[in-house]
Design a protein around this ligand. Structure first.
Ligand code: LLP
Length: 481
């Protein structure tokens, strides 16, 4: 493939770092063999592509286990009773990516599971998560979700249901009363702190659908309604300030506000509330241009300090503290392997600047984040390394939309060609879980790699799977039956 007229493209942050250069954007076990092949969990990327169709999500199970262990032990340690605290727990936010194998891996590592729909709740319970370590979220919960939450574990019910609005108090009370059980609830409050991306701001984010205003009278009403509900037990307060947050400042600010509100609500209830949940949101890096993320231990140590100080200052007991990380648990554990197809250049204007388009066999259906949020990823060859000059490239999918971008900008060797394998790191969170069947593409499978072995943890969809839902085919090709 010609390359000389593309050699002007600058080399810099847009080159995908190798696993040894930026381990934080690669699965723990990622290495590059001497022949240039990427190896994950002891399995060569070329073998993965040969034995399983591309595109494919590849999860490093040992990495997931490690991250889940770090979160569980960090919470247990920082909030250990022996340090004068009241205990700490980490619930994995299943919305980031959920399947039975993930439930087992994270729960064996000591995490609970946070769910937000009938599907997530059913899967978590069926995969063996202890009801006492499961939570249920949702701003518009279905009766069926609440019913399952209250009947899980032969009627013992799940650990906590997060009340999101005043009408929901009556909804949960009604279902609990009909079942003759007591629902353990926490109230999701809006603290005014909203964080995300690289900055956090402390006002102006009350205008969103989640939670109960902490300072506008709504919370008082919800607390009074719960007090008047014989089948509800108010455990504490919850706050989630956003996602993909860098640093700890937003979490620290929110923790301080939640403690203030906890003191106020405890006074209103007439007894100390003993739990708070600070949600998820710890960010990850996706490219070499992103800063190395703050570790769970760094964030949680600061949060623990503010909680202890606030409890002292307010004269209330230190509460039990939980968090709900999703992305930081699963994001970097997984990569997507694609097969390169059509490669072409777009000529951008009279100075004959070009942009190389490298098309792969997936796209916005397996990763909607670049199209939806403008999210930045990076990519590199997985089947070989190349010394060829770099060319500014855009990795695109095979969908019928020009916004079907997998990687907006990456400097790839100019000899990348059809048949090569491209790997996109850090696709474990909100990749598969937000995947669609746009253009009737089948969803890729997810394979776990560990100690040189591979195992499907989610099988790839087939076209027959898709067609099986089409009631119009039941009658056969002749038409309406
Ligand atoms: N807890 C609650 C109540 C949440 O709403 C969320 C995420 C989490 C925990 C987990 O947050 P994490 O640790 O994963 O940041 N689709 C978006 C992300 C939406 C997050 C929604 N809630 C994305 O792809 O960036």
């Amino acid at each position: 493939m010609e390359s000389t007229d593309l050699d002007h493209v600058p080399v810099g942050d847009l080159v995908c770092p190798e696993p040894d250069e930026r381990p934080d954007i690669w699965p723990w076990t990622a290495t590059r063999d001497e022949d240039g092949v990427l190896r994950l969990g002891g399995v060569a990327a070329t073998d993965l592509a040969r034995d399983h169709a591309t595109p494919i999500f590849v999860m490093d199970r040992a990495d997931l286990r490690g991250r889940a262990t770090v979160w569980a032990t960090t919470m247990a340690e920082e909030f250990w009773e022996g340090y004068g605290m009241a205990g700490g727990d980490a619930f994995y936010a299943g919305k980031a990516f959920l399947c039975a194998d993930v439930v087992r891996t994270v729960t064996e590592a000591g995490m609970g599971v946070d769910t937000a729909s009938l599907g997530e709740l059913t899967l978590a319970l069926r995969a063996g998560a202890a009801p006492s370590k499961v939570g249920l979220h949702g701003n518009n919960k279905l009766d069926a979700e609440i019913e399952l939450a209250l009947s899980a574990g032969n009627g013992q019910g799940i650990e906590r249901i997060f009340v999101d609005s005043l009408p929901e108090v009556a909804q949960i009370e009604g279902i609990a009363a009909a079942k003759g059980v007591v629902a353990r609830v926490m109230i999701r409050i809006k603290t005014g702190v909203h964080a995300g991306g690289n900055s956090y701001i402390s006002t102006g984010h009350e205008d969103q659908k989640f939670g109960v205003g902490a300072f506008d009278g709504q919370l008082d009403q919800v607390v009074d309604a719960i007090k008047a509900s014989p089948h509800l037990e108010l455990r504490g307060l919850h706050s989630h300030i956003g996602s993909q947050i860098q640093g700890s400042a937003g979490f620290v600010e929110a923790a301080g506000i939640v403690m203030d509100v906890l003191a106020k609500v405890s006074a209103q209830v007439g007894a100390p509330l003993r739990e708070i949940d600070l949600g998820g949101g710890v960010g990850v890096a996706h490219t070499g241009a992103d800063p190395v993320p703050t570790s769970p231990a760094e964030v949680i140590r600061e949060v623990a300090r503010v909680i202890r100080d606030k409890a002292d200052a307010l004269g209330i007991p230190v509460p039990r503290v939980s968090v709900e990380p999703g992305r930081s648990v699963v994001g970097p554990t997984t990569v997507t392997l694609y097969r390169v197809g059509a490669v072409k250049d777009a000529i951008l204007g009279e100075d004959l600047k070009r942009r190389r388009y490298v098309a792969v066999d997936g796209g916005m259906a397996d990763n909607i984040r670049p199209a939806l949020y403008g999210a930045r990823y990076t990519a590199t060859l997985a089947n070989r390394v190349s010394e060829a000059p770099l060319v500014r490239s855009r990795v695109v999918g095979k969908h019928c939309e020009s916004g079907d971008v997998v990687v907006w900008d990456v400097d790839l060797p100019c000899d990348v060609t059809a048949g090569d394998l491209l790997v996109v790191p850090v696709t474990g969170a909100y990749g598969y879980s937000m995947a669609s069947n746009y253009n009737m593409l089948t969803k890729p499978g997810v394979v776990a790699v560990e100690d040189g072995r591979t195992q499907w943890i989610v099988r790839p969809q087939t076209v027959e799977d898709l067609l099986a839902l089409d009631a119009g085919l039941d009658a056969g090709p002749s038409g309406r039956g």
